[in-house]
Design a protein around this ligand. Structure first.
Ligand code: SAM
Ligand code: SF4
Length: 334
């Protein structure tokens, strides 16, 4: 039954006020955990939301209570009409945020300022140029790093997303924590998550406890646990007297589904109620047909599962059959 007053509330009374919109499936990097080397099969352009459709569909969510919108992808800044999208969304009364690999940040920094986009998450999986190239399959470490410093020097609120993989970059945990000594930055270690075709292997997982153990061994009682805000997805820590902080996002070993307030809209206009769900509701087709979207949004959110699209234990999460028909992260919008 459609309940217009509770359109963003699911059957477990979680209220979803945070909308993540993927603007494109394309990317200028090829991170091994996210994309195959040759890229993914892209949707035809006509199947993707135009900038006007992004705005009109986002507006419906905002009218029903969404108060934060994050633009993501693929790489959102490769979209040619990014500035137009940002300008339109700035008319909605919401906090705007961006997740980017930062490669094109220098081209957009004035637009970010003009349209009050201040919260920027940047993916960075290694502080070593060679390792960065190995993970992203592109030789672009210096550009990425310079653009992170550019954001910081211009007063942006910057978080670094680091996907940890054992035997690949787990030897850099302390280097990333040390980055928070002089930079007012929030490094978030993200557990490597399984998606269709990304060759996920449990052995590559670096768990929350392992990171805490490494930090405790190095910093002892200088490691301080910070309090976690409402709808937190990361557990936060800092090292005494360091400028920045770090966090651990453990969707695999320690999920935060009970406080999840996220809804995802893919670049082709489909709503996903969970990152791990392969069930999608096509809003764009209905929008183009002039039909109301609220009942569809309500249905999609109401039926969200309690934990990770029903994968409520580790055995289910490990089962590759449960990830088939879900998109790769770049097509979901991370
Ligand atoms: N291109 C932008 C970027 O890299 O920040 C935005 C899109 S990307 C898909 C969003 C986030 O998803 C990134 O922080 C990336 O590290 C993360 N991600 C992608 N695949 C992942 C996986 N298998 N496990 C954990 N995080 C993943
Ligand atoms: Fe591109 Fe981001 Fe995926 Fe890396 S994580 S391939 S930068 S979309």
């Amino acid at each position: 039954m459609f309940n217009s007053a509770k359109i963003l509330t699911d059957q477990f009374d979680r209220v979803h006020k945070y909308l993540r919109i993927s603007l494109t499936e394309k990317c200028n990097l090829r991170c091994t955990y996210c994309m195959p080397a040759g890229g993914i099969q892209l949707s035809p352009k006509s199947h993707l939301m135009s900038h006007e459709e992004v705005y009109q569909i986002a507006k419906i969510f905002v009218q029903n209570g969404v108060n934060k919108i994050r633009l993501t992808g693929g790489e959102p800044l490769v979209r040619k009409d990014f500035t137009q999208i940002l300008a339109q969304l700035s008319h909605l009364n919401v906090t705007l945020a961006l997740t980017t690999n930062a490669l094109l940040v220098d081209q957009y920094i004035d637009d970010f300022k003009k349209y009050h986009l201040n919260k920027i998450n940047v993916s960075l999986d290694s502080l070593k140029a060679g390792k960065f190239a190995q993970i992203t399959r592109r030789n672009q470490f210096q550009k990425t790093y310079d653009n992170i410093l550019l954001l910081l020097n211009n007063g942006f609120e910057v978080k670094i997303n680091t996907v940890l993989m054992k035997g690949v970059n787990d030897d850099e945990i302390l280097d990333f924590i040390n980055l928070t000594k002089d930079l007012d930055i929030n490094v978030r270690f993200i557990e490597f998550m399984p998606f269709d075709g990304n060759k996920w292997n449990q052995k590559q997982l670096v768990s929350q406890q392992e990171i805490i153990n490494i930090a405790t061994e190095r910093f002892g009682n200088k490691l301080i646990k910070l309090s976690d805000g409402p709808n937190y997805i990361a557990r936060h820590f800092k090292i005494e007297a360091y400028k920045g902080q770090f966090g651990i996002i453990s969707s695999v070993s320690n999920p935060f589904c009970d406080v999840c307030d996220r809804i995802r809209l893919t670049a082709d206009g489909k709503i996903k109620n969970c990152l791990f769900s392969n069930i999608e509701t096509d809003l764009l087709a209905k929008f183009r047909a002039g039909e109301p979207l609220e009942p569809l949004i309500y249905q999609a959110i109401y039926h969200k599962k309690a934990v990770r699209a029903g994968m409520d234990n580790f055995d289910k999460l490990k089962d590759p059959n449960r990830h088939t028909n879900n998109r790769s992260m770049t097509a979901i919008g991370g």
